[in-house]
Write a protein that binds this ligand. Structure first.
Ligand SMILES: [Zn+2]
Length: 301
């Protein structure tokens, strides 16, 4: 596989599962798509089968999950599938689903990685364009922050802190390579605290939530019988979520991202402000020394 060509999947693949928040069973078909198509979702259960581009402009909700859509037509909890596609290097795919929310499976991206591998990843003729960070860029809110700086690779450093004896302070540094997503990040599950469950359910959320699709903590312990998959599973999952949200740029990204105590809402704000360029976005050619970069790419200053 070369880095400078776009990629799609080799064949259509099907799966089904329950949505974390809706609790609804949904069927999902991942289909190949042509170069420059990007990732798009199609609601096959709605009249006219409306299609939604997986693009930061289409984010309509970021509470507890990332929802994309418009005019009352949406797809929620897209971040784990988006992270899997991004982590596997899939630029173009059509995601057909017959419900409002992507399946949660085990709360991680591993089942989606397995699905993508089953479909196989194939190279296309179109050149890949990268979004490159050209200058330091910061978004902050309270003690949460995201700092982007230029780098020749895609690197993420995430730090979290929860006042819980099994979580506490965790940090993890990760860099995208051919295998690093599936090896280090994909298996990390979403997590939550028992004290929040009732409140979220009263809000109509996590109706499909259970110990089979999340790590759940009571006041002192992990309630899942088998405990963690990694001792720092929580921070790894935050990286998974960030990758899924950043994938909504629609382009592979070259840059280093240092994130502290953020979530979907700050990820999304960061993305919108980054792409708006804060008045200094520019399309410029990238340094010839940077690896994997074809000509004609989109760069943001
Ligand atoms: Zn997540």
């Amino acid at each position: 596989m070369t880095h400078h060509k776009q990629h799609t999947i080799g064949q259509s693949v099907w799966c089904s599962g329950v949505g974390l928040h809706s609790g609804l069973k949904v069927s999902l078909v991942l289909k190949p798509a042509p170069a420059d198509h990007g990732i798009r979702f199609r609601r096959t259960d709605l009249p006219g089968n409306p299609t939604i581009c997986a693009h930061y402009d289409n984010v309509i909700d970021t509470f507890q999950a990332t929802t994309i859509g418009s005019a009352g037509i949406g797809v929620s909890t897209v971040e784990h599938l988006m992270a899997a596609l991004y982590g596997c290097g899939v630029d173009n795919a059509l995601v057909e689903l017959n419900g409002p929310e992507a399946p949660i499976f085990d709360g991680s991206a591993a089942p989606y990685v397995k699905l993508i591998r089953k479909a196989a990843i194939v190279e296309q003729t179109g050149a890949r364009r990268y979004l490159t960070i050209r200058r330091p860029f910061v978004v902050e809110e309270g003690d949460s922050s995201i700092i982007a700086t230029p780098a020749d690779q895609f690197q993420v450093h995430y730090e979290i802190e929860f006042p819980h004896p099994r979580v506490g302070k965790q940090e993890y540094s990760w860099e995208l390579t051919n295998t690093s997503f599936s090896r280090e990040i994909a298996k990390a599950r979403t997590f939550g605290f028992l004290k929040d469950v009732q409140r979220l359910q009263q809000m109509g959320l996590i109706r499909g939530g259970s110990l089979s699709n999340a790590v759940v903590f009571d006041e002192n312990e992990v309630l899942n019988v088998n405990g963690f998959r990694y001792s720092d599973e929580c921070v790894r999952h935050k990286i998974l979520d960030f990758i899924g949200d950043l994938a909504l740029t629609g382009l592979p990204v070259l840059g280093k991202f240092e994130i502290r105590k953020a979530g979907h809402t700050l990820h999304s704000r960061f993305l919108a402000e980054l792409m708006a360029g804060k008045g200094y976005a520019a399309q410029t050619p990238v340094a010839a020394s940077a690896p994997y970069i074809p000509s004609g790419l989109y760069a943001i200053a």
